[in-house]
Design a protein around this ligand. Structure first.
Ligand code: NAG
Ligand code: NAG
Ligand code: NAG
Ligand code: NAG
Ligand code: NAG
Ligand code: NAG
Length: 245
C-alpha cells in the first residue's frame, strides 16, 4: 500500500515534469520568434537615420507590439511574424543591417527611393520566404550577392538606380519564380550570365544604363501591349455616358 502510493507519486511528478518541460519549451519557442523579429527590427532601426521621425514608435517599449510599428506588417496567424517592411520614399538614410536576415517570415521588403548606402548583406540569403526585394533608387554599393539565389521564392528583385558594381551573379539563374529583375542604372560590368536563360518565369529583365557587354543581352522582355486599350474600371455614377448611336 505504502509503496503503491509512492509509485503513484513518482508517476505523477514525472507527468508534472513532462508538462512543465513542454510548457516552457512552447513559451520559449513563441518568445524566440516574437523576440527575434523585434530585436531584428530594432537592430535595423539603429543603423538608419529618419529625418521625418516616422519611426519614433520603433522602440523597445514593452506595451507596443512591433506589428503595429510604422511600415511593419505581420502574419495573421497566432505567431504574429513580421512578413512585410514597407518604407519607400521616406528619406531614410543608413546601411542595411544583417540582422534583417533574422526575419525568417519576411516576404516583402520595400525600401525604394531612400538614401540607403553600403552593401547588400550576404546574410539576406537566409530570407527563404522573401518574394519582393525592392531597393530601387538608393545608393547601394558593392556587388549583388550570389546568396540571393537561396531565396527561392523571389519574384521581384528591384535594384535599379543604385551604385552597384561587379558582375551579375550567375547563381540568380536558379530562381524558379523570378518574374522581374531590374538592375538598370548601376555600374554593373561583365556579361549577362547564360544561366539567365533558365529563368522561365521572367517577364521583365531591365539592365540598361550599366557597363554590361556582350550577348546574350535580353532587355525588357515584356509582353506586347494589348492591341486595344483596356476598359478602365468605373463605378456606375462615374462612368462616361455611352456614345450616341
Ligand atoms: C507574440 O506571440 C504571441 C503568441 O503567438 C502573441 O499573442 C503576441 O501578441 C505576440 N507578441 C507580439 C509583440 O507580437
Ligand atoms: C541575427 O542575425 C545576426 C546577423 O546575421 C546574427 O549574428 C545573429 O546570431 C542572429 N540572431 C538570431 C537570434 O538569430
Ligand atoms: C514599393 O514602393 C513603391 C513606392 O511606394 C511602389 O511604387 C512600388 O510599387 C512598391 N513595390 C512593391 C513590390 O511593393
Ligand atoms: C559609375 O562609375 C563611374 C566611374 O567610376 C562614375 O563616374 C559613375 O558615377 C558611376 N555611376 C553610377 C551610377 O554609380
Ligand atoms: C563604364 O566604365 C568606364 C571605365 O571602365 C567608365 O569610365 C564609365 O564611367 C562607366 N560607365 C558608366 C555608365 O558607369
Ligand atoms: C539550366 O537548368 C538545367 C536544369 O536544371 C541545367 O541542366 C542547365 O545547366 C541550366 N543551364 C544553365 C545555362 O545554367
Amino acid at each position: 500500500m505504502k509503496s503503491s502510493l509512492y509509485l503513484h507519486l513518482v508517476i505523477l511528478s514525472f507527468h508534472l515534469l513532462l508538462l512543465l518541460h513542454f510548457t516552457i519549451n512552447k513559451v520559449r519557442a513563441l518568445d524566440t520568434n516574437n523576440n527575434t523579429d523585434r530585436q531584428a527590427l530594432l537592430s535595423f532601426r539603429l543603423q538608419i537615420s529618419d529625418p521625418q521621425n516616422l519611426l519614433s514608435g520603433w522602440t523597445n517599449h514593452i506595451s507596443t507590439s512591433h506589428c503595429t510599428w510604422f511600415g511593419v506588417s505581420c502574419t495573421t496567424d497566432h505567431n504574429h511574424r513580421v512578413n512585410s517592411i514597407h518604407l519607400p520614399g521616406l528619406g531614410l538614410s543608413g546601411t542595411l543591417s544583417p540582422h534583417l536576415s533574422n526575419l525568417s517570415s519576411l516576404q516583402k521588403l520595400n525600401l525604394s527611393r531612400n538614401n540607403f548606402y553600403g552593401q547588400i548583406p550576404i546574410e539576406l540569403g537566409r530570407l527563404f520566404l522573401l518574394t519582393h526585394f525592392i531597393l530601387a533608387e538608393n545608393s547601394i554599393t558593392g556587388a549583388i550577392p550570389a546568396s540571393l539565389s537561396q531565396c527561392q521564392n523571389l519574384r521581384v528583385i528591384s535594384l535599379g538606380f543604385n551604385k552597384l558594381t561587379g558582375h551579375l551573379p550567375p547563381e540568380l539563374g536558379a530562381l524558379p519564380r523570378l518574374q522581374v529583375l531590374d538592375a538598370s542604372g548601376n555600374n554593373l560590368t561583365g556579361v549577362v550570365p547564360p544561366t539567365f536563360g533558365n529563368l522561365s518565369a521572367l517577364t521583365v529583365l531591365s539592365l540598361d544604363s550599366n557597363n554590361l557587354s556582350g550577348p546574350p543581352r535580353r532587355q525588357s522582355r515584356q509582353p506586347p501591349p494589348p492591341t486595344s486599350a483596356p476598359t478602365p474600371p468605373c463605378k456606375a455614377p462615374l462612368c462616361p455616358a455611352p456614345p450616341p448611336r
